[in-house]
Design a protein around this ligand. Structure first.
Ligand code: HEM
Length: 486
């Protein structure tokens, strides 16, 4: 007799049979079956999802590459590569024999007009239009014109590092560098700083942005696990949704203000000057792009500066060598400029920056070649060691050593638009801090990189540092010119 129970059992048995057959197919007959990797990753998205949501993505992917090799299967239809050649093939520009490898739709989801921005846009033609609008603001002359703003922020920051260290006995640099870089990007994109360094605390706009980015990492998985799409409204709390709506409104307000300021800015240019004057983007599109410029530009530089601080504090020999280089090259802090801190002038400072970018690359990327290639021992011997000297090998050296291949800013048509700006910030900030201050970690030593988690962006573990002025140099640094936050 037909009962509901029989129907349910039959449906369950059919589903189970279907699942078993799919697993057998994925494991033995799928076109990717020959690639090694965790067995569970070959048959389901669950491995990927659990690794990603736990924040340990880079560490586990690196371990998996160490265990299984240079090409590994990380999901039923997905491979991860970690060799320089694969990186060049995947990220490089299209050629006569090679098509462009687009950003993955699994990563960015669909982009409609509402979502389009320079970093997320997948369509090459639409991206090219946006690129033409934003690129002029990142050209060398445009950046040179804005460099003095960066100096104002860095000079104030150096003074504040001393003040905070004196008053609180340490500074959590994981936060402090975010204050600095978001203030700089706020000034360069919205025409006004967030005033976080001045006030010694995060601005609400930034806290909500970072909070939302960290807490919505699960959104990244909705294309892989469609069930999440239905569950998302329940996963995000009412408060998060309300805060996010307020944040969007505040972004729009800042952009409207920036548009109104445009005429009074005269010759002065910033990152939005060209897109605004082109008249090709609506206020909503400008706001969306400004937000992505801030996130792409500030969090990345802050993470790199925090990583450099940790690496130098734990490698006193490297710090002493860097201090020697900087303190011999300059007799006062106002001689320090991005050009005067370039690779020809300060090779060791630039080697330190490259080495930190190698060890602690930016977040997970939208295509399958992993930046963990930086930690491939065939690319960089003893890859976990901080060894800036590996960047000082010259092409005329007799030894067999070569510089590692790294691509911290990516390559090809979707490479970082802000690379020159990033180097200006990193060189100026590092040179000025090293010139004026000494520093030491506070508390029990710990492995800071392993305590950080990747949830879309790096969620950095607190890093407590005590700064002390080197002689009287701090007093010589010009005092701040940053406007008060209204
Ligand atoms: C240490 C600092 C930085 C690092 C390591 C870094 C790294 C990267 C990487 C790896 C990408 C490619 C991402 C992908 O393929 O998914 C990228 C894209 C981008 N970055 Fe940066 N970045 C840094 C600083 C900056 C700064 C200061 C800005 C200035 C606003 C910026 C703006 C952008 C933009 C707009 C894109 C998207 C480019 C496009 O798709 O055309 N970045 N960055």
């Amino acid at each position: 007799m037909f009962t509901f129970a029989v129907v349910w059992y039959s449906v369950a048995a059919l589903l189970l049979a279907y699942w078993i057959i799919t697993c057998i197919y994925d494991l033995y007959f799928h076109p990717l079956a020959k690639y090694p990797g965790p067995r569970i990753a070959a048959v389901s998205q669950l491995w990927y999802a659990s690794v990603y949501t736990g924040g340990n993505w880079p560490f586990i992917i690196e371990q998996a590459h160490r265990k299984y090799g240079d090409v590994i299967r990380i999901a039923p239809n997905e491979l991860s590569f970690c060799t320089p050649q694969a990186f060049k093939d995947i990220y490089g520009a299209a050629t006569k024999t090679k098509k462009l490898f687009p950003k993955s739709e699994l990563f960015y989801g669909e982009t409609g007009a509402k979502d389009t921005n320079i970093a997320y846009e997948r369509d090459p033609d639409t991206h090219a239009v946006l690129y033409k609008l934003f690129a002029p603001s990142f050209r060398p002359q445009a950046l040179r014109d804005q460099e003095h703003l960066i100096h104002n922020h860095v000079d104030l920051f150096v003074q504040q590092l001393c003040r905070w260290s004196r008053e609180n006995s340490y500074v959590d640099v994981s936060k402090a560098f975010e204050w600095l870089t978001f203030d700089i990007m706020g000034e360069l994109a919205f025409g006004e700083s967030f005033g976080a360094v001045k006030n010694g605390q995060s601005h609400t706009w930034v806290s909500i942005l970072l909070g939302a980015v960290y807490s919505t990492s699960v959104v990244q998985l909705k294309k892989r696990l469609p069930i999440l799409e239905k569950a998302l409204p329940w996963l995000a709390t009412k408060q998060v949704l309300e805060e996010w709506a307020q944040h969007q409104a505040a972004t729009m307000e800042r952009v409207q203000k920036r548009i109104q300021m445009d005429e009074s800015m005269g010759e002065r240019q910033d990152l939005l000057t060209h897109p605004i004057r082109s008249g090709k983007l609506s206020a909503a599109e400008l706001a969306n792009n400004a937000q992505v410029l801030l996130t792409a530009g500030a969090e990345t530089s802050a993470t790199t500066l925090t990583a450099i601080t940790y690496l130098l504090a734990t490698h006193p020999g490297s710090r002493a060598r860097l201090a020697d280089e900087v303190r011999v090259a300059f007799t006062s802090a106002d001689q320090i400029t991005a050009a005067a801190a370039g690779p020809q002038q300060l090779p060791y400072l630039n080697a330190v920056i490259e080495e930190a970018l190698r060890i602690f690359p930016r977040r997970r990327w939208a295509r399958p070649a992993s930046p963990r290639l930086h930690l491939n021992p065939r690319n960089a011997p003893s890859p976990r060691s901080f060894h800036p000297e590996r960047w000082l090998v010259s092409s005329t050296d007799d030894s067999n050593s070569t510089k590692p291949y790294t691509a911290a800013f990516s390559i090809g048509p979707r490479a970082c638009l802000g690379i020159s700006l990033a180097y200006i910030e990193l060189r100026v900030a590092l040179a000025k801090i090293v010139f004026a201050l000494d520093w030491e970690l506070v508390g029990e030593p710990f492995d800071w990189p392993s305590a950080c988690r990747l949830t879309q962006l790096w969620k950095k573990a607190p890093l407590q540092v005590r700064y002390t002025p080197r002689k009287d140099e701090v007093e010589k640094i010009p005092v701040l010119k940053v406007e008060e936050e209204p």
